[in-house]
Design a binder for this molecule. Sequence first.
Ligand code: CA
Length: 316
Amino acid sequence: MKIRKGFVAATIAASMLLSLAPVRADAFCLWNCSYTKTKYPIVLAHGMSGFDSLFGVYEYFYGIPSALRNQGATVYTTQVSQFNSTQQRGEQLLAQVKTIVAATGKGKVNLIGHSHGGLDVRYVAKVRPDLVASVTSVATPHKGADLANYLRANVSGGSFTESVLAFFANSLGTVLGLLTGHSNPQDALAGLDSLTSSGLAAFNAAYPAGVPTTACGSGAASVGGIRYYSWSGTGVLTNLLDISDASLGLSSLFYSESNDGLVGRCSSHLGTVIRDNYFQNHLDEVNQILGLVSIFESSPVTLFKDHANRLKNAGL
Ligand code: CA
């Protein structure tokens, strides 16, 4: 029994060390050092309840910025309200994009958003297309998320449950904001409404660029000179050691199509669909938690690096 416990502890410890490896391995570059050297800076935008880094150390896009920088990219992570409407989050992101453009003098940026972040970047591209070279979404529910539909339908307006849900989400957002040194306003219900099918139908009508006009097709590859791309996963239970897999397994039951635990395959389509069925769940896509992803699928870090190379080759 003692031996078995020791083995489990050693396995977990080894796995944690391995999961940290990408950060260390990317601390210096030995080959192909301009693979991700895009013309314009890469700006990463987080999803609902996300953050740029906790205590200035723990990253939302785990190990990804350093991997991209190591092979030549200039990368910025951004921070908006964890829970709020796309318009509110989009305005906060836009302010940061303006600062980045001014600081780098490059004129434009390549925007990449995960989950709700993919809607924020679409907002910025619509409001200030002159500042945007490309828009990429990773597992963004462009046609809505079934879980958001369920929650909205089962939380009646103004009820006690709604207040309690909103309180917890707003508090979580505020705590995450404090931990990350930001204090953006939180509005959980506005955030939820932004992710329902009806919320997205209204958003897509006002911000249509790149959105497929058919149920599960691709969108326009380029709109007004801005390139549009997307990718996503349909894995759910991908790593036995990751405690988040169980909750994603439960949330995936709310979906009628294959999904990553929170976003459906077809709903994730925007512009050129790079791929929509990686064996990755909603957190794997940003290399969470602590790099615990499937060992049978391409590393999420590799997917981001390959995409930076794709942007570079497109002259972006
Ligand atoms: Ca994971």
